[in-house]
Design a protein around this ligand. Structure first.
Ligand code: COI
Length: 354
């Protein structure tokens, strides 16, 4: 894939070190764009100044939501080297979403090459304050001007970049989570395993409800029996129950998180017994009552490893541990971020230098 690069003539001021970045609020000088046209395939890969798009109001993405997105990060090591973390996994997952959404697949090597190229152009935007990184958001939208319900024949693949801090305003402080018993996010056979806007739109009503009650995130139950734990939406969820690491298995309705996979690999390497299986909410309530629910944390690209200190289900409020960050949660956070920022040995070949 050949990428034409047009650099901005009006670069923006970068946030000064020490500026709180928040998450996904600031965007860099450039973006990657590529077109798809039926019969021609993906074409005209280019890096251009970050700017507004011009799309017809009839563009299909606005009406039926045919779109997918990904999320990964670039990290700056102490010597200035810029790293990506397992970008090949994002490329694979992008195509799994594409297949489900009838969006043309992208060659995995082109996905990774596009990410590398745009991060390279904006490498000076990778922040260096502790815990900060350059969040990378690749996405594809359907652009045909048509109001019929059908797969589009034209698409745009775009990658934008955002220097970011912690996803949650609380940073690494533990969060309280609301187990949702009224609304559901996805069902098997639906789109729960994809990264597509509709899954997140479906989550907003419960998120607002949870926020109103002082909880920062929603933990979804399965859509059929409303009994089994699924995921948080912005992250997968893991429990330490009586010494074992337990997490919902990939069943088609939850996101196959790359951080999830990495953390489970690290846990197994450390000798923990790891169980990927159905986890009922009743099991959690019982474990919280008998004191075996030792730690709870979420995993995600944006959320990294995020400690959970409180779970609410119906009238039960389960307090986890002493309310602080559990020791395994902290150790996993340190291990993962150590690999991502180039501070620890990368035994598994997960780091990719830009
Ligand atoms: C990510 O972790 O990259 C995601 O896409 C989750 C999103 C809700 C921020």
């Amino acid at each position: 894939m050949e990428i034409k690069i047009t650099r901005t003539t009006t670069p923006k001021a970068k946030p000064a070190p020490g500026t709180p970045l928040g998450f996904g609020k600031i965007f860099t000088d450039h973006m990657f764009v590529m077109d798809y046209t039926e019969g021609k395939g993906w074409h005209d890969a280019r890096i251009v100044p970050y700017e507004n798009l011009s799309l017809a109001p009839s563009a299909m993405v606005f009406h039926y939501g045919q779109e997918m997105f990904e999320g990964l990060k670039a990290y700056k090591g102490e010597d200035g080297t810029v790293y990506l973390f397992r970008p090949d996994m994002n490329a694979k997952r992008a195509n799994s979403s594409n297949k489900r959404l009838v969006i043309p697949e992208l060659p995995e090597e082109d996905f990774v090459a596009a990410v590398k190229a745009v991060v390279d152009v904006d490498r000076d935007w990778v922040p260096t304050d502790p815990g900060t990184s350059l969040y990378i958001r690749p996405f594809i939208i359907a652009t045909d001007e048509f109001l019929g319900v059908a797969p589009s024949k034209t698409y745009l693949f775009i990658i934008i970049l955002s220097p970011s801090g912690a996803y949650y305003e609380s940073g690494l402080e533990p969060v309280g989570i609301w187990i949702e018993d009224e609304y559901v996010r996805a069902v098997r056979g639906g789109m729960g395993f994809t990264k597509t806007g509709g899954n997140y739109a479906a989550s907003l009503i419960a998120q607002v409800k949870a926020h109103d009650d002082g909880y920062s995130q929603v933990l979804w139950l399965d859509g059929v029996e409303r009994k089994y734990i699924e995921e948080v939406g912005s992250m997968n969820i893991m429990f330490k129950i009586a010494g074992k690491i337990v997490t919902p298995m990939l069943n088609g309705s939850i996101l196959p998180g790359i951080t999830r996979d990495s953390i489970l690999t690290v846990c197994r390497d450390w000798g923990y017994e790891v169980e990927e299986r159905r986890v009922s909410v009743d099991e959690l309530v019982a474990a919280a009552k008998d004191g075996t629910l030792e730690e709870v944390w979420g995993t995600g690209t944006a959320a990294v490893v995020s400690p959970v200190n409180k779970l609410r289900y119906e009238d039960e409020v389960m307090l986890i541990g002493d309310g602080g960050i559990g020791p395994v949660t902290q150790k996993l956070y340190d291990e993962l971020t150590g690999i991502q920022w180039g501070k620890l040995e990368d035994k598994r070949g997960w780091r990719v230098t830009v």
